[in-house]
Ligand binder design. Structure first.
Ligand code: NAP
Ligand code: FER
Length: 336
């Protein structure tokens, strides 16, 4: 059994875009699993935009990460040793392990993953937190219906790429924006009716109008900022905006001001709703069942970018915040 653990902790609070010196790799003793505990070896670790918020000294849905504390995060791992009646060595589990090579657990908050269904990494992406975010955002929040016109910002990321594929499964016109030509190409392969590179095509309003000539019924927003300013005036009557994320704002030190567009919400009777995937905990089994069917039918593709090595998790996280990933950004910590 392993006797040492490796962990990544928060060394300093970032200013603007985080840097590698904001993190520290530490080694610590790993005790044996006591009665009622299990020892899990991390296979894949998820790095996500919400972690940028947790690094700030500011409470929200969860307390901030303290200086010197383990970086939080979802992960999938294999049970190495179990002294817990509900788990056996070899089981694959998903849960909030944090950025570490091993975790001792009492089993709470763990979800068993079926490795026969799909590669286990998908338990963090299309069949995990980000895929579920797309599912609940498109269906429960935006109440997207067949034939509607859907626009997705941040479309080539973990959430956006799944939201767009769900839009196509539902029979919608789907368009979106992303930050490179390669991402735009991928979106077309995934069935998007149109997509553009917001870094090279700067007249967002004109480009959105040509991508959604019938206007927009559902805006799935991952980005906010100037992209949202361009989308809102193009919303159709009784349109819905699912506010999933505002990543264009996460690394700003001062709030950005923008055009005042609330008047459009009156004229068009818009419904704008922010949501958190965690609020849908009770609905996860039914959602995963549906997503697994779509996955097996090849109607949902799992796009992933994998970085190797726990020590490279900070670099993977910082890169993801700047758009280096296509689909879900993961860190491979060990091999199954
Ligand atoms: P992701 O999209 O896979 O990765 C983040 C992406 O954001 C980058 O690849 C980059 O792609 C884009 N980005 C970075 N800075 C940007 C900027 N200034 N303007 C436009 N795009 C920018 O991450 P994800 O996990 O799927 O998350 C996507 C969004 O959903 C985030 O806003 C996140 O906070 C949110 N989210 C919300 C929930 C919830 O429960 N509400 C759950 C999960 C995620 P480009 O190359 O396109 O720039
Ligand atoms: C995210 C952005 C924000 C997310 C969660 C939050 C799970 C929650 C923020 C808060 O409560 O302050 O991408 O993903």
């Amino acid at each position: 059994m392993p006797t040492m653990n490796r962990q990544i902790t928060l060394a300093a609070r970032p200013k603007g875009i985080p840097s590698s010196t904001d993190f520290r790799l530490v080694e610590s003793e790993l005790p044996d699993a006591k009665q009622g505990h299990l020892l899990i070896r991390t296979l894949f670790l998820s790095v996500d935009p919400y972690m940028r918020g947790r690094m700030r000294d500011q409470a929200s849905y969860a307390a901030p990460v303290g200086l010197g504390d383990l970086m939080p995060g979802g992960a999938v791992g294999v049970v190495e040793q179990s002294r817990h009646p509900g788990f056996a060595a070899g089981d694959i589990v998903e849960g909030m392990f944090g950025w570490q090579a091993y975790m001792l657990s009492q089993g709470e908050g763990l979800r068993k993953v079926d490795p026969a269904l799909a590669p286990v990494s998908t338990a963090l992406g299309v069949l995990g937190m980000t895929g579920l975010t797309a599912y609940f955002g498109m269906l429960d929040i935006a109440k997207t219906e067949a034939g509607e016109s859907v626009y997705i910002s941040g479309a080539a990321g973990a959430v956006g790429s799944v939201a767009g594929q769900i839009g196509k499964i539902l029979g919608c016109h789907v368009a979106g924006s992303a930050g490179s030509e390669e991402k735009v190409q991928l979106l077309k392969e995934l069935g998007f009716d149109d997509a553009f590179n917001y870094k090279s095509e700067k007249d967002y309003a004109a480009r959105i109008r040509s991508a959604c000539p019938q206007g927009i019924d559902v805006y799935f927003d991952n980005v906010g900022g100037t992209m949202t300013d361009a989308v809102v005036p193009q919303m159709n009557l009784r349109g819905r905006i699912a506010v999933c994320g505002q990543i264009s704002q996460y690394n700003l030190e001062q709030p950005e001001t923008g055009p005042r567009w609330l008047f459009h919400t009156i004229v068009k009777r818009l419904r704008i709703e922010g949501f958190l995937v965690f609020d849908f905990a009770a609905e996860i089994p039914r959602a995963l069942e549906q997503m697994a069917v779509w996955y097996r039918e090849d109607r949902l593709r799992a796009e992933e970018t994998i970085t190797d090595g726990l020590e490279n998790a900070p670099e993977a996280f910082i890169g993801m915040l700047q758009g280096n990933n296509i689909g879900k950004q993961l860190v491979r910590v060990s091999e199954l």
